[in-house]
Design a protein around this ligand. Structure first.
Ligand SMILES: [Zn+2]
Length: 592
């Protein structure tokens, strides 16, 4: 009996050791290639030159080298072989092996030529998107210029010109997008997935149907509030633009965002005119101040290399070299090299964004520890990273925090309903774009093989259905308005991550407000509370080495649900109903 057990243990140790040797070798090579790839991608995002594809080619080469390794038949076979002996392995070993297989499916070398073509197509698409020169009335403009017009201009014809300019890049990207859809699908099909969307969803341990049902459930819960917001917005915008006839659906060019995904700039909360205060600050101050918030929670200062290596500020408008203007955070070597790509200007939006991006950076720094192997240095699931970042952005915009930071006077009278309205115009509105329009469009594209001559029709059908938004005039298939959205091109089939991240963020934030700060979730001041740092570190520390549902349950005591989000906005519903009295509701009473 004793002998038998000993023999059994020995076998277990044998397999475990063998698996560990494989994981060690794999990780070492993976980190090396991943780092080279990130470095090349970094350069290609901060040095975009017209008629010079050197950086793009280098990024492509690095992508290929990583793909050849992660998708190698040898690695796939070995990971499968060890997973067949799951019972003999430790949980953390199993997690790493599963990640190796998931990673392989995106680049299986059994279809090497396909993978190569896909990677080239992806890099070409990125270059076309970010190197594009937008023009309004023949004058060169940046996307920041366009966004300014959409936020501030009240002349509807000028708004229309800016909105149309923002869609100029679509036709340039259409063929590339169709091609990418096919290549992405074919690549993962080689490892048994139905399509690329389904593959992406599998990272949550879910099937496509389950994910889409989760999206529907979320939107259904929030729909009565969205319907009030939609009605309010139509009437208020008509008033603002001096239009007497209120349109039934929101014209896309009326909204303060290129895709109608964020309407919050519509509201200026009295007393909190952050833009005018921040306008006098240097962009550098914005990022330093964000760092200060994290330090006050007990996190370390950012490493020197962050400041040396990041690209934080915009290039001049006429610069021959362009950069990706979309904010992002990078974990270059899955170790100490963390960087951010931003185009910080001294305004409220970048103030919030800087707090958001540093959330990613501190997440990277926290799960970079000896208990988490490099392969599992990721968020608990893909949504967690966004949840933490967005939550910190939200906390940084709440009045008690801003007062504490000396950015607004303590005695300033603010309208809490207006604050809440502003937030709802951001997050609630966003859910209907992310869970609704974006997720359903990408599902149609990848899962249902949407024909290329129906892209624009589908896009606007979904915009109307979920967001209640219509184009200013007919947008035929000569346009490709979906492709003007960054993520459709270079961050595909995972936009539901952002919707899930909102749900998780309100769950975490409510917990912090109620159980740690004992403050109203709508008026908190995180600053200086080390217990919040402790709470966050517990979530961040294990990275992806722990199951995400377990992480949520252990930290908040709850399952995934939108109750916290609903609670948070409850006071707004009755206020909106009052405002909308006598107004015509054009969205159906229940979501269809
Ligand atoms: Zn983010």
């Amino acid at each position: 009996m004793v002998l038998l057990l000993a023999a059994c243990d020995q076998k277990k140790n044998g397999v475990r050791d063998e698996a560990q040797n494989f994981l060690d070798d794999y990780s070492q090579e993976y980190v090396k290639l991943y780092t080279q790839d990130q470095l090349a991608q970094w350069i290609s995002n901060i040095e975009i030159k017209k008629n010079d594809s050197t950086n793009t080619l280098a990024a492509q080469k690095a992508d290929e080298a990583l793909a050849v390794f992660t998708g190698s038949k040898d690695n796939i076979d070995k990971a499968r072989k060890f997973l067949d002996q799951k019972a003999e392995l430790s949980e953390i070993q199993v997690k790493q092996l599963q990640y190796i297989l998931y990673n392989a499916a995106n680049n299986p070398q059994t279809v090497a030529d396909l993978v190569k073509r896909r990677i080239k197509a992806e890099n070409d698409q990125t270059q076309k998107l970010y190197g594009f020169q937008y023009t309004v009335d023949g004058k060169k403009v940046s996307t920041n210029n366009i966004d300014d017009i959409l936020k501030n201009e009240t002349d509807v014809s000028k708004r229309l010109a800016a909105w149309e300019a923002s869609k100029q890049v679509g036709p340039t990207l259409k063929d590339g997008l169709v091609n990418l859809r096919n290549l992405r699908n074919q690549t993962v099909q080689a490892l048994g997935y139905h399509d690329f969307f389904t593959y992406q969803v599998s990272d949550y341990g879910m099937k496509t149907d389950e994910m889409m049902q989760t999206m529907d459930r979320l939107m259904k819960e929030l729909y009565p509030l969205y319907r009030e917001l939609h009605t309010w917005m139509r009437y208020e915008l008509a008033k603002k633009y001096g239009v007497t006839e209120v349109p039934d659906y929101l014209p896309a060019h009326w909204l303060p965002n290129r895709w109608g995904q964020d309407w919050s700039s519509m509201v200026t909360v009295k007393g909190i005119n952050l833009d005018s205060v921040l306008h006098n600050k240097k962009p550098e101050w914005i990022v330093k101040d964000a760092e200060d918030m994290y330090v006050s929670l007990g996190f370390n200062k950012l490493p020197e290399t962050f400041w040396e290596k990041s690209s934080l500020y915009p290039y001049p408008a006429d610069s021959a070299v362009k950069k990706n203007n979309h904010a992002s955070a990078w974990h270059i070597d899955l170790d100490k090299d963390v960087r951010s790509l931003m185009s910080v200007e001294p305004n409220a939006e970048w103030f919030e964004t800087a707090h958001h991006e540093l959330g990613h950076i501190y997440y990277y720094m926290t799960y970079t520890n000896s208990d988490v192997p490099p392969l599992l240095r990721q968020g608990a699931n893909r949504a967690y990273h966004e949840a933490i970042g967005t939550m910190m952005g939200l906390a940084a915009m709440q009045k008690p925090f801003l007062v504490g930071r000396g950015l607004i006077p303590a005695n300033v009278q603010t309208d809490s309903i207006q604050s809440l309205l502003k937030e709802a115009l951001n997050s609630v509105v966003f859910i209907f774009f992310s869970s609704g329009t974006m997720s359903n469009f990408e599902k149609a594209m990848y899962v249902d093989s949407l024909p290329a001559d129906q892209f624009n029709q589908k896009w606007w059908e979904l915009s109307k259905k979920y967001q209640g938004i219509v184009p200013p005039s007919a947008r035929g298939e000569e346009y490709c308005d979906a492709a003007t959205k960054t993520h459709i091109n270079d961050d595909p089939a995972q936009y539901y991550d952002y919707a899930l991240s909102y749900v998780i963020l309100y769950q975490l934030h409510n917990y912090i407000a109620k159980n740690i700060l004992h403050q109203d979730p709508r008026a908190t001041n995180y600053y200086g509370h080390k217990e919040i740092g402790d709470f966050l570190r517990k979530i961040m520390y294990p990275g992806a080495s722990k199951d995400w549902k377990q992480v949520l349950k252990e930290s908040t005591g709850d399952e995934l649900n939108a109750k916290a989000m609903l609670d948070y906005f409850q006071p707004l519903v009755s206020w909106l109903k009052e405002q909308n009295k006598g107004r015509k509701y054009t969205l159906p009473e229940a979501m269809q």
